[in-house]
Design a protein. Structure first.
Lengths: 562, 284
C-alpha cells in the first residue's frame, strides 16, 4: 500500500476536517520546534511541579486505588489555587514522552500537552472557519490567530491561558452546533453533550470558564426573544448539559475536590474573587489598585496585535455587527457558508467582545497582557477570516480567491515577520502602532512579565559564572531554575540566592515596579568607597535586548564573572 | 494593504534606525578618550540602558526621562548619547539640557547613535555630600549608640528595626544615592545621625523620600530636624502617601567657611514599613 493510499484510508474524506487536521499537525510541529528557545515563566515553573505530582497520583491510582484516593491531598496540595486538568495533561505527556520513551527533554515533555491543546485550537479554528467562509475561512482563521506574537508565545508554555482558550472555543462551537435550527434531534443531543463535556474541561483548566454559562444563557435568551419562532424553548439543551456535566468533569478531574468538596470549591472561588492586584506599568503610570482604566484591554490589544491583523479583526467585528442589522440579516437556515441565523451571528460577536469587556471592568485585576482576554481572540480571527473572504467576493467577484489571497498576504506577512522577530520574548511584543518594543518603552508600557526572558542570558551565565556562584534570579521562580537545571540548561553548581546581600550574581529583569531590586544590587555590588571619590556603581556584565530595549541584565560581584 | 505595507516597512527598517554594537563601541571609545571627572552620560531615550553595559565605567550614566529639576550634583558636563531615530523618542532631554547648558560638542553621528556634549552654565558643586561621609558619622537610637557592621551600615541594638546605611534606592522609579534611615518607633528616643567636621557654606540642601511603594502606605509624616553645631537650622518633612524626591534647603550663613557638626534627628508617629531615605549636602 502506498503512503498516499494509506493516508487516504486514515484521513477524513471531506475537505473541512482534512484542513483542520493539517492545521493541527502544523501547529504541533511548529510549536514543538520553537519551544526550546522559550523560557520558563513564573507560573509555568509551578505548573511543572504540579503536573509531575498530579501524574504521580494517577499512576498511584492504577496501582493502589484506595491508598491513592486516601492520600490524594499529598499530590494535589501544590498549586491547588487552579484546577488540575491542564496540568494532568502536561503530566501525562511528560510521563509518556520523557519518562517512558525518553524522546524529549523534561520541559518539552510537559509542554507537549500544551502543544496538543494548541493543535486542538487550530483544528477548531479551521473547522469553524470552514463553516463560516469555506476553504478560505479554514485557511485563514488559524493563521490570523497564530500570526500574533503574543498568541504564538502563549502556545508554548505548559500554562493555562491557551488551553482554556481552546476549550472555550470548543464549548462555544459545540453549543453553536447544538442550537442550529436545521440540526436533527439526535445530533442536537450529541452536540449538547459535547458542549457540557467541553465546558467541564474548560472549568477544569481555568476560572475564565465560569463566565461561559451566563454568556451563553444571555445569548440564548436574546436569540429566543429575537427569534421568528418564539414557540421554541428558551433554554437550549446544551445549557442543561453544561449544568450537569460541567461540575462532574470539574470535580472528577480534580481529586483535590474529592475531600471537603464544598469548602474547597468555596476557597478556590474566594482566592480568585480576592486576587491580589499586581503592579502593572501602563502608559507611563503604575496601576496598583482599582479602579483600573476601562480602556486598558482595548489599548493593549491595539498596541500588541500586528496592525494589519488588528484591522482585519476590527473589520471582521464590524462585518459581524453589520450582519446583525435587520436589513442585512439572513433568514434562519440559510445555506452555508455564512451565518445560519441572527443567533449564530450574535454568538460569534458576543464571544469576540465579552472576554475583553470582562477585563475592562475597573475592579478586575489588570495584569498579564492579552492572556487574560485570550478567549476572545479566536472569535476575532474567525470573524476576520470571514470578512477577508467577503471582501474578495465584494471587490472582484470573478477573482475573489485572488483578491482574498492578496489581502490575506498583506495582513499576514508583516505579522509573521513580527512573530519571528520577537520570538521567544513574546511578553515584550508590541506592534508597529506602538513603535515595536522601543516605542512601547517610550510610551511607558509594561516591558515584559513572567521572568522567562532570562532564557536569553543562560548561555552567557553558564559560560562566565564562577563555580558555585549564588544567583539572585529575581522574577524567575525557583521551580523554573530547577527545571532548567534538570534539563542541563543551567549549570547545577549555581546556587540560589534570595537577595542581593547573599548573591554573587544578580539578574535584573526590567519591571518598573521592581526597580528597587536593581538599585539594591548596585548598593551591594558597589566598589568599596574610596577617600574623597564618589561611589562607583557596578555595571552590567551581560544584557539581553530586544530592539535595543533592555529586557534583562546580569550584575556580578568582583570575581564572580569570568 | 497600506497597513500591511507599513508593517513590512517598519520591520524592514527598524534595525537601521537603531544603533549597532559597533556604534556603541565607537561611542565607548570616544567617551573613554574625552570624558573627564565631573562628566556624566545621559541616555536618550532613557530606556536605552545598553549604555550602562558598554560605556566606560569611569563615566556615571543617567537614565532619567527628564533632567529638568534634577540637581546634577557635582556634574559639570553632560554627554547626551541619543538614539535619534528610535521609535517613540522625543527630544525632551535635549530641551532640558539646552535650558541649563550650552552645547560644546557635536552632535556627532555614530551610525544609530548621536553624541553631543553640554557644559552646564551653573554646575552645583557641593562642599560635602553627607551620605558619602557616613563612615565618619555617629548614630544613636533608643538612647543607645549604634555600631557599624562589616558592610558599613549602622545597626542599633536598642531598636533592631533601625538601620542607617549609604544606599542606592528607588524613589519614583529613579535611583537616588541616599542615607537609608529607618526611624525609631514613637515613644523611643529618635534616630540621630551626626556628621562631624563637615565643611559648611551658605546653605544646606537635600531631599527626603520613601523608598518604592512604602511611600503609599504611610499614615504620618517623617520629620528630619537638622542642627548645625547644636543649633536647629530647620526641619524637613516627608509627607505621607506621596511618591517623590522632596527637596529641602536651609540657609546656614553663620556657619559658612568653617567646619561644623551636622546632626539629623529622624522621627515619626508611624514607624511601620518606613523605608525612609534622605540626602544632604552643603553648598558654598
Amino acid at each position: 500500500m502506498t503512503l498516499r493510499r494509506a493516508l487516504a484510508t486514515v484521513l477524513p474524506r471531506s475537505l473541512a476536517p482534512r484542513l483542520a487536521l493539517a492545521w493541527a499537525a502544523v501547529t504541533l510541529v511548529v510549536l514543538a520546534a520553537t519551544a526550546p528557545a522559550q523560557g520558563i515563566g513564573r507560573d509555568e515553573g509551578v505548573y511543572l511541579v504540579a503536573a509531575e505530582s498530579y501524574a504521580s497520583f494517577w499512576g498511584e491510582l492504577t496501582r493502589s486505588p484506595s491508598l491513592a484516593v486516601a492520600t490524594s491531598d499529598r499530590f494535589f496540595a501544590v498549586n491547588h489555587e487552579h484546577p488540575a486538568l491542564a496540568k494532568e495533561i502536561f503530566g501525562a505527556t511528560h510521563a509518556v514522552l520523557t519518562l517512558a520513551l525518553h524522546w524529549t527533554s523534561h520541559l518539552e515533555g510537559f509542554r507537549f500537552g500544551a502543544f496538543l491543546l494548541a493543535a486542538l485550537l487550530s483544528f477548531l479554528l479551521a473547522k469553524g472557519g470552514f463553516a463560516l467562509a469555506g476553504t478560505g475561512g479554514a485557511l485563514l482563521a488559524p493563521a490570523l490567530f497564530w500570526a500574533v506574537p503574543r498568541h504564538f508565545y502563549h502556545g508554548h508554555p505548559a500554562a493555562l491561558d491557551l488551553p482554556v482558550t481552546a476549550l472555550w472555543l470548543a464549548t462555544v462551537l459545540a453549543y453553536r452546533e447544538s442550537v442550529r435550527p436545521d440540526q436533527p434531534t439526535g445530533r442536537t443531543c450529541a452536540y449538547a453533550v459535547a458542549t457540557g463535556l467541553a465546558f467541564g474541561a474548560a472549568l477544569a483548566v481555568k476560572l475564565n470558564a465560569f463566565f461561559l454559562p451566563p454568556l451563553l444563557l444571555a445569548h440564548a435568551l436574546i436569540a429566543w426573544t429575537a427569534s421568528s419562532k418564539p414557540g421554541r424553548h428558551p433554554v437550549p439543551l446544551a445549557l442543561l448539559a453544561m449544568a450537569v456535566l460541567g461540575p462532574l468533569v470539574f470535580v472528577g478531574t480534580w481529586p483535590w475536590l474529592w475531600h471537603d468538596t464544598l469548602a474547597r470549591v468555596r476557597d478556590y472561588l474566594a482566592f480568585h474573587l480576592h486576587h491580589e492586584n499586581y503592579s502593572w506599568h501602563y502608559l507611563g503610570r503604575l496601576l496598583r489598585e482599582p479602579p483600573f482604566p476601562i480602556e486598558y484591554p482595548f489599548v493593549v490589544t491595539a498596541l500588541t496585535v500586528p496592525a494589519a491583523v488588528l484591522f482585519v479583526y476590527a473589520g471582521g467585528l464590524v462585518h459581524g455587527l453589520a450582519r446583525l442589522l435587520p436589513s442585512r440579516r439572513p433568514a434562519e437556515g440559510e445555506g452555508a457558508p455564512g451565518p445560519r441565523s441572527t443567533s449564530d451571528e450574535l454568538l460569534l460577536v458576543l464571544n469576540a467582545l465579552f472576554p475583553i469587556a470582562l477585563i475592562a471592568w475597573p475592579t478586575v485585576p489588570h495584569f498579564g497582557g492579552v492572556k487574560h482576554w485570550l478567549p476572545a481572540m479566536p472569535f476575532l480571527a474567525l470573524l476576520g477570516a470571514r470578512a477577508l473572504v467577503a471582501a474578495g467576493r465584494l471587490l472582484w467577484p470573478n477573482r475573489r480567491a485572488l483578491v482574498t489571497g492578496v489581502l490575506s498576504l498583506a495582513a499576514l506577512v508583516p505579522a509573521v515577520w513580527a512573530v519571528v522577530h520577537v520570538h521567544p520574548y513574546g511578553t515584550a511584543a508590541y506592534n508597529e502602532l506602538a513603535g515595536g518594543a522601543p516605542g512601547a518603552a517610550s510610551l511607558g508600557m509594561q516591558r515584559q512579565f513572567w521572568g522567562d526572558d532570562v532564557v536569553g542570558l543562560l548561555s552567557e551565565l553558564n559560560t562566565h559564572a564562577a563555580p558555585g556562584a549564588r544567583v539572585w534570579w529575581q522574577e524567575t521562580a525557583l521551580p523554573a531554575v530547577r527545571a532548567w537545571q534538570r534539563d542541563g540548561a543551567v549549570r547545577t553548581d549555581l546556587r540560589w540566592a534570595s537577595g542581593p546581600e547573599d548573591a554573587d550574581l544578580s539578574i535584573w529583569q526590567y519591571h518598573q515596579e521592581f526597580r528597587d531590586k536593581e538599585f539594591r544590587t548596585w548598593t551591594e555590588f558597589a566598589e568599596a568607597p574610596r577617600a574623597r571619590l564618589p561611589v562607583r556603581l557596578p555595571r552590567p556584565v551581560a544584557g539581553l535586548y530586544l530592539d535595543e530595549v533592555p529586557l534583562a541584565v546580569i550584575y556580578a560581584r568582583p570575581g564572580a564573572w569570568r | 494593504m497600506a497597513l500591511g505595507a507599513s508593517g513590512l516597512v517598519f520591520y524592514a527598517t527598524l534595525p537601521a534606525r537603531l544603533p549597532s554594537p559597533l556604534d556603541w563601541r565607537s561611542a565607548a571609545v570616544l567617551l573613554a578618550r574625552d570624558a573627564r571627572p565631573g562628566d556624566v552620560v545621559a541616555l536618550d531615550p532613557s530606556w536605552a540602558e545598553r549604555g550602562r553595559e558598554v560605556l566606560p565605567a569611569s563615566v556615571p550614566v543617567l537614565a532619567f526621562p527628564r533632567l529638568a529639576g534634577e540637581d546634577l550634583l557635582g556634574v559639570r558636563r553632560v554627554w547626551l548619547v541619543a538614539l535619534p531615530r528610535a521609535p517613540g523618542r522625543h527630544a525632551t532631554l535635549e530641551r532640558d539640557l539646552v535650558a541649563r547648558a550650552g552645547r560644546a560638542f557635536g552632535p556627532l553621528r555614530l551610525g544609530g547613535l548621536e553624541i553631543a556634549r553640554y557644559d552646564l552654565r551653573s554646575p552645583l558643586l557641593p562642599l560635602a555630600f553627607l551620605p558619602d561621609r557616613l563612615a565618619t558619622a555617629s548614630v544613636s537610637a533608643g538612647g543607645e549608640a549604634c555600631a557599624r557592621d562589616d558592610r558599613g551600615a549602622f545597626r542599633c541594638p536598642a531598636i533592631t528595626s533601625v538601620v542607617v546605611a549609604r544606599e542606592e534606592r528607588e524613589v519614583d522609579f529613579l535611583p537616588r544615592p541616599c542615607l537609608f534611615a529607618h526611624p525609631a518607633p514613637p515613644g523611643a528616643e529618635p534616630l540621630t545621625v551626626a556628621f562631624p567636621d563637615v565643611p559648611m557654606g551658605r546653605a544646606l540642601q537635600g531631599h527626603t523620600a520613601m523608598v518604592g511603594e512604602a511611600a503609599l502606605t504611610a499614615s504620618a509624616p517623617v520629620e528630619v530636624a537638622v542642627k548645625v553645631d547644636g543649633e536647629v537650622v530647620g526641619t524637613a518633612e516627608e509627607p505621607p502617601g506621596q511618591l517623590g524626591w522632596h527637596a529641602f534647603r536651609f540657609d546656614t550663613p553663620r556657619a559658612a567657611g568653617r567646619v561644623a557638626t551636622v546632626t539629623f534627628t529622624v522621627a515619626t508617629a508611624d514607624a511601620a514599613r518606613r523605608e525612609f531615605c534622605f540626602d544632604a549636602y552643603t553648598l558654598p
